[in-house]
Design a protein around this ligand. Structure first.
Ligand code: 5GP
Length: 115
């Protein structure tokens, strides 16, 4: 049997995690080590290693991940003050889990990392 990635185990319900949202395409759950008051991980239910592996077939799922993130941000009441969406890819960005995921961060001031 293949060893599954930690996020695959969470999607399948084999590892306990607070699931915030799940449908046939996407799962969202609380980060185990939150870097903001709200820190949610959004993943596709299909395995994609990282941004280096995306192609045209993934346009729908990537768009849906953003849509779900926006809906969760409103539901968690962090949208008015603002939030950040982050995708890390490989070593220099600090990717630790090699299963494509978005971080949704908010609930407190995050500073500005890009200017
Ligand atoms: P990366 O650095 O790969 O972009 O982010 C991986 C994220 O996954 C980290 O923020 C880390 O805290 C989170 N994480 C790692 N293992 C687990 C786990 O078993 N459960 C949950 N809920 N989050 C995890």
């Amino acid at each position: 049997m293949n060893k599954k990635n930690i996020f695959q185990e969470i999607i399948l319900g084999n590892i306990k995690s607070k699931i915030i949202y799940q449908d046939k395409d996407i799962t969202a759950f609380n980060d185990i080590n939150p870097k903001a008051l709200v820190h949610i991980i959004i993943v596709p239910n299909i395995y994609i290693k990282n941004m280096n592996k995306i192609n045209k077939k993934h346009i729908f799922i990537l768009g849906k991940m953003l849509l779900v993130s926006s809906k969760i941000a409103k539901k968690k009441k962090i949208s008015k003050n603002g939030y950040r969406i982050v995708i890390n890819c490989n070593k220099y960005a600090g990717q630790e889990v090699f299963y494509l995921h978005m971080h949704l961060l908010g609930g407190n001031y995050l500073g500005n990392i890009v200017s």
